[in-house]
Design a protein around this ligand. Structure first.
Ligand code: F6P
Length: 525
């Protein structure tokens, strides 16, 4: 893959010119029926209307030329074929293999992975089925009724999002709880409401070195020890470990037969498809977990084969690059009009910001301009009554993704109609605005504010899988165009190291900066 700066290319310079000449133009006159019918796409059961963006045909053509003259197509093939595209860690990024059909893996020269992936899926299936059937007894013989996933970042956000999003498919008796923070209150109050005899803890950590997860695991073990008199709770049926570092997991006392392993080639924020998704399979059943993988696979196939101009992740990524790199937008809002997708914005924050929040290229040089995007949001209509004021009349350029579900069996028709009316109205209001001269300035809406509308026919495991894969690939395309490594996260290390050093070494305050010393003294360190 190319490592030089994309900003040196002719296509990039042309886009700079287009941004100067057209970027802040009023795009509303272009929004006729012709554009509404052309600026839409369907893929893997998802529908995207991207007509309300600040782009003309010429700008879109320029963005597509940028993609076509970049190493994107080759980079995408390298990812699917398992080449070590995560260059700083010398690893592939093969989350797509976790949901690929065996024949696709074979065709990509990854046949040897097929057996490994299948046997891991087999273990997810067997464990989830026995817990759901009440055939996973705890130490006192009672069946498990509460599953507590201990994990953070990618070992928490994906499973938590999926379990909530797919609650329609949830087991009636087995509940899942998610604890991530090292803050001791959530684990205290959650465990206080549970019966240790019927509780299973899944310690989910790719590295098995994450301090928050390990501290929570030891706190949970102490709870079992105290309440059930277990000498080594980690070795009891109340603990399962999920990790890419089985040796480290076994050092805590979890026996190998209670471990589910996955490869180093699965990035943490891409791991819900791996055994890290065990809690999802327990909650919705393996059949629905498999359907989620199938939905993601449909999106993978679309991403890999559709021409750039009809490729949903590519189009969404190019629009994102247009806003971030050329129109200097700093953030991007994601507003699902579905309360069950309330965890999507925090999930996408890790996916996008941990992947593309980078300031050096693959060649180790400073990037030419902005990378990454500040992703934020919450569900509509709630956001309408808090931060939408700024979207409508504030001074920032903030593109929005509105996400809707056409049919919702869990909602009542009257509610659902109202929800969808709000989604459509907000996208229209942002773009069309209201500019009557009779209105006082504070009541005018400038309009010309961009958004995508993304629709799922219904919120099923398949459409959910496709939605997550769509955003994974969008992030990949943006990282590829910016020529950064979207698969490492070295930026999170320094803070972790300092905290660990503080905890381990105690009050070596003289090595710290003066502000930290003040703070620690104030905290009674
Ligand atoms: O600190 C960031 C990070 O490494 C994320 O990338 C990851 O998802 C999270 O921590 C949890 O890591 P682990 O699964 O190894 O506990």
């Amino acid at each position: 893959m190319e490592t030089s700066s994309i900003a040196e290319t002719r296509q990039w310079r042309q886009l700079i010119d287009l941004a100067e000449s057209q970027g802040r133009a009023d795009f509303r006159p272009l929004l006729g029926p012709d554009r509404a019918s052309r600026y839409q796409l369907s893929a893997a059961g998802l529908y995207l209307d991207y007509s309300r963006n600040l782009v003309s045909d010429e700008i879109l053509a320029g963005l597509l030329a940028l993609a076509e003259n970049s190493s994107l197509a080759g980079h995408r093939e390298s990812m699917f074929r398992g080449e070590a595209i995560n260059v700083s860690e010398q690893r592939p990024a093969l989350h797509t293999a976790l949901r690929a059909a065996a024949e696709d893996l074979e065709a990509d020269g990854l046949g040897e992975l097929a057996g490994e992936i299948e046997s891991r899926l087999g273990r997810i299936k067997a464990i989830s089925a026995s817990i759901r059937a009440g055939q996973w007894p705890g130490a006192t013989g009672k069946p498990i009724r509460d599953v507590v996933n201990l994990g953070i970042g990618g070992s928490d956000l994906g499973p938590k999002l999926a379990c909530e999003a797919l609650k329609e498919y949830a087991h009636k008796e087995v509940r899942c709880h998610f604890l991530s923070n090292v803050d001791g209150e959530p684990i205290r109050s959650t465990l206080a409401g549970l019966d240790p005899e019927t509780t299973l803890v899944i310690v989910s950590s790719k590295s098995f070195t994450t301090s928050e997860t390990l501290l929570n695991a030891h706190t949970a073990a102490a709870w079992f020890r105290e309440r059930l008199g277990l000498e080594n709770p980690f070795a009891s049926p109340h603990f399962i470990g999920v990790t890419a570092a089985p040796g480290k997991a076994m050092r805590t006392g979890i026996p190998r037969e209670q471990l589910l392993e996955f490869g180093e080639w699965v990035g943490g924020r891409y791991s819900l498809w791996s055994p890290i998704g065990l809690s999802i399979a327990i909650r919705i059943g393996f059949e629905h977990f498999s359907a989620m993988l199938a939905g993601a696979r449909n999106m993978d196939r679309h991403f890999r084969t559709a021409p750039a101009a009809r490729n949903m992740p590519v189009i969404m990524a190019l629009l994102g690059v247009w806003y971030a790199s050329f129109l200097k937008a700093e953030s991007h809002a994601v507003i699902p009009y579905c309360e069950r997708l309330g965890q999507l914005p925090p999930y996408l924050q890790q996916l996008d910001m941990e992947s593309n929040g980078k300031s050096v290229t693959l060649a180790g040089e400073a990037v030419a301009g902005a990378t990454g995007t500040i992703v934020w949001g919450q569900t509509g209509t709630n956001g309408q009554h808090s931060f939408f004021q700024l979207l409508h009349q504030g001074t920032h350029l903030i593109p929005v993704d509105f996400i809707g579900v056409a049919e919702d069996r869990l909602s009542a028709p009257r509610h659902h109609r109202a929800l969808l009316a709000n989604l459509v109205a907000q996208s229209a209001a942002l773009m069309m605005g209201r500019q009557s001269a009779e209105l006082p300035p504070w009541r005018r809406h400038a309009g010309n504010r961009p958004s995508n509308v993304l629709l799922l026919e219904s919120l099923t495991p398949e459409s959910f899988g496709a939605l997550i894969a769509l955003y994974e690939h969008k992030v990949f395309v943006q990282g590829s165009l910016w020529r950064i490594n979207s698969f490492d996260q070295w930026g999170v290390e320094l803070g972790k190291q300092l905290a660990n050093a503080l905890l381990a070494a105690g009050p070596e305050l003289e090595t710290l900066d003066a502000a930290s010393v003040n703070l620690l003294k104030r905290l009674g360190w």
